[in-house]
Design a protein around this ligand. Structure first.
Ligand SMILES: Cc1cc2nc3c(=O)[nH]c(=O)nc-3n(C[C@H](O)[C@H](O)[C@H](O)COP(=O)(O)OP(=O)(O)OC[C@H]3O[C@@H](n4cnc5c(N)ncnc54)[C@H](O)[C@@H]3O)c2cc1C
Length: 394
């Protein structure tokens, strides 16, 4: 049985100052009113172009972000490597969709693929669909009852072309490429494009990975159907499993627009679906590559146990564990220490552009109180352990 509470291993890469900073940060995000207030302050400051970098950069940015550029992340990638933890550099510019920003993001994502191709400690590249198209067009393209105008058809085609450019480069450079999942109301269009790419580029092994948010009640069936399609068309299926980050927004929209919520009714149902998806994929590992993106200890333990039961080597390339940088080091570093494939998602980008990502992390840590308390108690335990080590023996 894997234990995730060995804090000496979990925090070996952190010095005392890093631990203290993390402690105060998690203490802050554990307070919902403080997070709400900070969110309003940051959003207002952005609107009036008041600089916030001085407050954000040494605190929450430093905890959750690798740096402003790929090059800025090199040092961190080497530190992680020392502890056998890999890194996935994620250009985290969100919520901007002008033509020039889209073009810039496309070029930057190509650079992350090129960088992964020459760095053995960076096994995947990743991008968000909304970074390559406007939300409006994605939503309309996914709506079976809407006929796209000619301009919108053009935009939707451009989106497909951009994804094709990225997948082709990933294939040529032999870098696995993941596409994040966002709002459910445009995912069907994104799924179709990704499936096309898998048919083209996953013939020899899984290069293109889709993301399944297991809080969605329809995703287990979707996984099974995707598997059938992969078998029928003879390609490999790459899947990143997550629970899903936009639950409140999904439920709110469904309520406002009067359709049934696509999200499971409760946490247990999401947990069951997540674990069932892992189980199903492990039974079809000849066809499916699994990327398990979670901070849930039980799911990580289940994944490791299933691997062991099947007699797989811990570093089987079809099985990856992943956590976000700045969170759940106890899981990442303890699994890596035992020899499992572990990759940290390392967001990077200018402070202003990664603010939506940071606000989401703060809100998530507030709403998942158990997780934040776990981070706090592990940090406390490690600080105490270090203090005891230094105490003179009487
Ligand atoms: C490497 C990595 C990549 C990620 N990429 C994506 C991505 O592409 N898209 C994306 O959406 N998210 C992504 N996430 C975030 C992820 O979806 C979760 O929000 C986050 O990891 C918390 O879930 P958990 O499994 O870690 O932990 P847990 O604490 O066990 O689960 C919390 C999650 O359970 C679900 N949940 C909580 N309460 C309920 C309820 N009442 N009813 C139903 N479900 C509930 C929600 O999804 C919530 O986020 C990623 C996370 C990681 C670690």
């Amino acid at each position: 049985m894997i234990l995730f509470d060995d804090t000496a291993i979990a925090f070996e890469s952190k010095n005392d100052n890093d631990l203290l900073r993390a402690f105060f940060l998690f203490k802050t995000v554990a307070n919902p009113s403080l997070v709400k207030m900070s969110k309003v302050l940051v959003e207002t400051a952005q609107k009036i172009h008041f600089p916030v970098a001085w407050a954000v950069k040494p605190t929450i940015y430093r905890q959750f972000v690798g740096g402003e550029s790929i090059e800025n992340c090199f040092k961190l990638v080497r530190v992680l490597e020392k502890y056998h933890v890999k890194a996935i550099l994620d250009y985290s510019v969100e919520g901007m969709s002008s033509e020039s920003i889209i073009q810039h993001t496309l070029e930057e994502t190509l650079r992350t693929i090129d960088n992964a191709a020459i760095d053995a400690n960076v096994p995947f590249a990743v991008f968000k669909p909304t970074a390559l198209c406007s939300h409006e067009v994605l939503e309309k393209a996914a709506d079976p009852n809407y006929a796209l105008t000619e301009t919108e058809r053009g935009e939707a085609s451009k989106f497909k072309e951009r994804i094709a450019v990225l997948c082709k480069r990933a294939y040529e450079k032999e870098v696995r490429l993941m596409i994040d999942a966002e709002d459910s109301w445009y995912q069907s269009f994104v799924d179709d494009v990704i499936t096309e790419m898998m048919m083209l580029y996953n013939k020899e092994r899984a290069i293109v990975f889709n993301t399944l948010q297991m809080y969605r009640a329809d995703r287990l069936d979707f996984l099974k159907a995707s598997y059938e399609k992969a078998v029928a068309n003879n390609y490999y299926l790459g899947v990143k499993f997550v629970r899903g980050a936009y639950m409140e927004k999904e439920r709110e929209r469904a309520f406002q627009m009067g359709y049934p919520s696509p999200i499971h009714p409760d946490k247990q149902a999401t947990d069951d679906a997540f674990d069932a998806a892992l189980q199903f994929s492990m039974e079809h590992l000849d066809r499916i590559s699994i990327f398990c993106g979670t901070h849930n200890e039980n799911s990580c333990r289940l994944f490791a146990t299933l691997m062991e039961k099947q007699g797989l080597s811990k570093d089987d390339e079809r099985c990856y564990f992943s956590q976000l940088y700045g969170m759940s080091d106890n899981i990442s570093f303890n699994l890596a220490n035992k020899g499992y494939n572990v990759a940290k998602y390392v967001p990077y980008g200018p402070v202003k552009s990664v603010l939506p990502y940071l606000i989401r992390r703060a809100e998530e840590n507030t709403s998942i109180a158990g997780q934040t308390n776990r981070e706090l108690s592990l940090i406390k335990k490690e600080r105490q352990r270090r203090k005891n080590l230094r105490a003179p023996i009487s």
